[in-house]
Design a protein around this ligand. Structure first.
Ligand code: SF4
Length: 455
């Protein structure tokens, strides 16, 4: 996962970048960072911190980040990557093409082959994150920055959105299938914003202009935009999990709010489950809320908040509380007796991964008096891991990979289990582009690229 922000030509670029990072904080909480370019001193400034933006990038850090251009990153480590500050982005490198700062959200999947090539040519790698590979590839090209960067990007496979700062020049690049989102926004005073999500553009006081296209390299310099392609764009393959779970509900993808896409997914699942009899529909908060609203509206079953999320538990607490798992789930999602007791319930969640939390939740609902619990998942069964930037576990840990639907029902202790079909999910999330052009590798196990692991 992870999120990126880029700001071009704003007097408080670092402050604006920080505001943007707050808006994409849900995409990563492991670490955060901002690099700014100080045009007066002709130098980069870099500040990185652990944890949330509010604690990792405080006022003292921002005061050091001078300049009118900046890039920022929030990180969620993907499989195999190290945690901690060493891999906190942005990274800054001194190359023959000058000092370059880079931040990337997503995942590069041909890292193993690229690492071998880079090491063979004397490159010394410092991070477990694949982001630095782009700069190594670029630095090995005996060309000016833009053609060298194009050549480097053309050798990279995966799902990513990248922001790059070179002097006062801001560059945005997106993977050639548009798997990970990246958008362009405009500021009223002539500046520009690059962001992983439209919600950040709005909060930063900008207006959405357009999506960065698959395989596009957009250069913003001297107040002008220069668009070109580093490779032949591939078939559009948006990650549908942006709408299912990852993106903020107020973000817009394919001209449709994520909240609306989730409601549409809920409505379609209700049509699939048209014979179900229940007293109430309750969501697994927060990402299941809009889907449950859509479900309840379509099924004409009352929507109730039977579980309330505790927003004050950090990720590290949740991790450390794994030894008392039932308590950890109850602390995170608080059941409300009066709503649950004696009811036949449709419990709506956005997705089913391992099934451990769902099993505990269903058990808690029963302990609080639920008569029946029908588990409604508003996405298709996940049967294969994601290698394009979403941190899903290996196939053997995915409950829908190892169990039939009947076995899942038993394992979760539910009265019934339903999944939204892939066709209905794509129809609900299609927006202005229609029900085409989605990645579905985690539903099918068929990947866009051959997968290799970094050595
Ligand atoms: S494999 Fe699944 S989670 Fe990963 S990019 Fe594709 S749709 Fe998204």
């Amino acid at each position: 996962m992870g999120g990126v922000i880029g700001v071009y030509n704003s007097p408080n670029a670092a402050v604006l970048t920080q505001i943007g990072l707050f808006s994409v904080q849900h995409r990563g909480q492991e670490s955060c960072g901002i690099a700014s370019y100080d045009e007066k001193e002709k130098t980069f400034n870099l500040r990185r911190g652990s944890g949330l933006v509010i604690s990792g990038l405080g006022a003292a850090a921002l005061a050091e980040l001078k300049g009118s251009c900046a890039i920022g990153h929030v990180r969620y480590p993907t499989s195999g990557a190290k945690s901690g500050l060493q891999d906190a982005q942005p990274f800054i490198f001194n190359t023959a093409q000058g000092d370059i700062a880079i931040a990337l959200s997503g995942n590069i999947i041909n890292g193993a082959a690229l690492v071998k090539q880079i090491r063979r040519r004397g490159g010394i790698l410092q991070h477990s994150s694949e982001t630095e590979l782009i700069i190594h590839l670029l630095a090995q090209e005996n060309k000016p920055l833009e053609p060298a960067l194009k050549d480097a990007l053309a050798r990279v496979e995966g799902g990513f959105g990248a922001v790059i700062l070179s002097g006062g020049r801001l560059i945005a690049a997106r993977d050639r299938h548009g798997i990970r989102p990246l958008v362009l926004g405009r500021l009223a005073d002539g500046g520009y914003i690059i962001s992983s999500e439209t919600s950040a553009v709005e909060v930063m006081g900008g207006s959405y202009v357009r999506d960065i296209k698959p395989a596009e390299m957009l250069v913003i310099e001297n107040g002008r935009l220069k668009s070109s392609f580093y490779a032949k764009p591939g078939k559009m393959q948006n990650c549908i999990f942006e709408q299912v779970y990852l993106s903020r509900p107020d973000s817009v993808i394919r001209g449709q709010s994520v909240a609306n896409a989730r409601m549409e997914m809920g409505k379609r699942l209700a049509r699939q489950m048209k014979d179900i009899k229940a007293d109430i529909v309750i969501p697994v908060p927060d990402s299941g809320i809009f889907a449950a609203m859509g479900f309840a509206e379509e099924a004409k079953i009352p929507f109730e908040i039977g579980l309330v999320r505790n927003h004050y538990l950090g990720r590290s607490f949740i991790k450390s509380a794994q030894s008392v798992r039932e308590t950890a789930v109850k602390l995170k999602l608080l059941p409300i007796d009066d709503i649950i007791n004696g009811k036949n319930i449709v419990l709506v969640d956005d997705s089913l991964v391992r099934g451990t939390t769902s099993r505990r939740l269903i058990k808690i609902l029963r302990e609080h008096g639920a008569r029946k619990v029908h588990f409604a998942v508003t996405s298709p069964p996940i049967i294969a891991p994601c290698f394009y930037g979403i941190n899903t576990p290996s196939g053997k840990e995915l409950i829908a990979c190892t169990h039939t639907r009947e076995q899942i029902k038993k394992a979760l202790g539910a009265d019934s289990v339903y999944f939204l079909t892939a066709a209905h999910a794509q129809e609900a999330c299609g927006g202005r582009e229609g029900a085409q052009g989605f990645c579905s590798s985690c539903f099918t196990g068929k990947y866009i690229y051959k997968i290799s692991k970094r050595g």
